[in-house]
Design a binder for this molecule. Sequence first.
Ligand code: GLC
Length: 499
Amino acid sequence: MSLSLYDSAHSLDGRSGWDTPVFSMKDSSDLNPMVKEAWEALCRSQVYFRGKPVGTIAAYDHASEEVLNYDQVFVRDFVPSALAFLMKGEPDTVKNFLLKTLHIQGQDKMIDKFKLGDGAMPASFKVLHNPIKKTDSIIADFGESAIGRVAPVDSGFWWIILLRAYTKSTGDHSLAERPECQKGMRLILSLCLSEGFDTFPTLLCADGCSMVDRRMGIYGYPIEIQALFFMALRSALSMLKHDSEGKEFMEKIVKRLHALSFHMRSYFWLDFQQLNDIYRYKTEEYSHTAVNKFNVIPDSIPDWIFDFMPLRGGYFVGNVSPARMDFRWFALGNCIAILSSLATPEQSMAIMDLIEARWEELVGEMPLKICYPAMESHEWRIVTGCDPKNTRWSYHNGGTWPVLLWLLTAASIKTGRPQIARRAIELAEARLLKDGWPEYYDGKSGRFIGKQARKFQTWSIAGYLVAKMMMDDPTHVGMISMEEEKHMKPPLRRSSSWT
Ligand code: GLC
C-alpha cells in the first residue's frame, strides 16, 4: 500500500476538496431562535487565557451544586465547539486551543511517583485567574485528578483529528507544519505505535479511557478507541512532513492502517449472516485454519442480539478479544468508522440501515444512545463495580447523549442519507432548549433528563449547532470526514432518500 492511497492535506491546494464557506452570525439576523440561543450559550462558555480564547468549559450550569470538573476545558468536549467555530469561519479559538494543549503536553507529567509518557495529552485543563496579581495560570489533568484516575487515551487522537479539521477548514497548513506540531503528533504516535506483545493491530486499552470514562467493561480493544485511532492515523499521515523523522512514522502508519482496517472489517463486523455463523461456530480449533479465530463460545452470545439484529444492516461490535466478544452497539465508534472510512461503503450503508431499523431502540425520543443495550443486575454489579451513576439506561450505561447528534448527522450526510439526521434533529429541537441543554437523558427511550445530568452542557449545545450547520451546508462534513482509499473508492452514490 502506498502513501498516496490515503488522502493528503498537502496534496490539496487552498482550503480543501470540500470548500468551507465562511458564515458569520452578524449577517444572519434570520437565525432560528434555538440556533441563536445556542450560539449565545456557546460564546458564554468560552475560556480565556491572558485575554485569548483557548477553549470552552464542559458545562456552564449555575444551578448545579457540585461543579466537580465541569468548569474545565475537556479535550474531547471541545471538539464539537471547535467544529462549530471552524464552520462559522472563526478559527482563532481552535488554533489557540491546539497550541495551548500542545504546550501542556510538553510539561512533566507525574502521577504519584510515576512519570507519564511524553505524548500523553490531558483529559482537561483549567485556567486559574488571579484577580489580585492579574495573572492567569493553567492546571491540567492527565487522569491524576479524574474520578477513578482513568487515562484519556482519546485526547491525543482528538487533538490530531482537530488539527486536520483546522487545516482542511482554513487552508492554513502553516500550523500543522510548525516543528512543535509535528513533534506533538510524533509523540502521540510513538505512544500508540510502539511495539509490544500484541498479536493484533488494534490498540490495547484500560477501562474508562475515552468518552465513557468510568468502568463499563470497555477495556481491551474497544471500538471507540479503535475507530479514533484509525482516524487519527489517517489524519497524521496527511499532515506529517516528508522529512526523515516524519517518513519513519509514515511507514509505520501505512502498515498499521492496512492491518487495522483488515482486522476491524473482518472481525469486528457483525450482521445477520455473521451472527448466524458465530451461532454455529465450532470451538477449540487449533492452527491458522481456524474459522472461529478468537474461540468465541456460541453460548456467550447474549439473548438480546437475536432480536436486535435486523435482516438488513450491521455494525462494528464493541470489542473482540480471545473468547470474548462484546456485542454491544456503540454510537461514537460506529459513526467515526463511517467518517474515517474504516467502514467500507457497504458497511457504512449497513450501519445506517441498522440505525433506521432499530430507531426505537437507538434513538427513541432523543438522539442518541451512547451504547445499546444497558447492563442490569448481576452483570452491572460485576462490570461497573456497582456504579450508581451508571445504572441501567442512564449515563454511560445505555443513556442518551445529545452531543452524539453531530456524529449521527455527519455520518448521515456522508452516506447520502440526510433524512436520518433530519429526523434526529427534529427530536432534539422539540426538547433540548426547553430542557436547558442537558448533558444526557435517561430511560429506554431517552425520555427523562438524566438523573445527575448537568444543564447547559457545552457539547450538547455545540453538537446541535454543528449538526444544523452541516445540514445547511453539507460541504462542512469534509473537515471531519475522509474518503475511502482511492483504489477502493466506490462510484459516487446518492441514495434516493437524499431528497
Ligand atoms: C463526563 C463524561 C466525559 C466528559 C466529561 C465532561 O465525565 O463521561 O466523556 O468528557 O463528563 O463533560
